[in-house]
Ligand binder design. Structure first.
Ligand code: AMP
Ligand code: ZN
Length: 117
């Protein structure tokens, strides 16, 4: 639990969110400002700042995040139509919330571009 981290507060149910899946390691909830019909954030239940802060000590959480994608895709009904997973890291990556999170986006045909200026 990191002081003033909004996603830690979501994990601890201190602020409301629409959780679609959770287990011991992972929490998945709807993005507040969805860019597609399906837009879910999948996060570890411990505070990891970003991809640069993954270590042998917390890699178990990352493994569970990767296992959770197909569960979340089924729950959200996009497992057959497909989806995109995006993880922004640091300043140039455009990461706004400094708690590791993966955007799972789908429910429509996404554009070819994976990056915008
Ligand atoms: P990023 O730019 O990769 O750091 O993405 C942060 C994402 O978190 C954005 O898509 C926001 O819409 C989303 N977000 C911020 N606060 C909340 C919240 N309280 N509940 C759900 N999603 C949020
Ligand atoms: Zn946090």
């Amino acid at each position: 639990m990191e002081e003033n981290c909004i996603f830690c507060k979501i994990v601890n149910k201190e602020i409301p969110s629409t959780i679609v899946y959770e287990d011991e390691y992972v929490c998945a909830f709807k993005d507040l400002n969805p860019i597609a019909p399906v837009h879910v954030l999948v996060i570890p239940k411990i505070h990891i700042q970003d991809l640069e802060h993954i270590t042998q000590d917390n890699i178990e959480y990352v493994k569970h995040i990767h296992s959770a994608f197909k569960k979340v895709s089924q729950i959200m009904g996009v497992n057959e139509t497909g989806y995109r997973v995006i993880c922004n890291c640091g300043e140039d990556g455009g990461q706004e919330v400094k708690h590791l999170h993966y955007h799972l986006i789908g429910g429509k045909k996404l554009g070819n571009k994976i990056a915008h200026e």
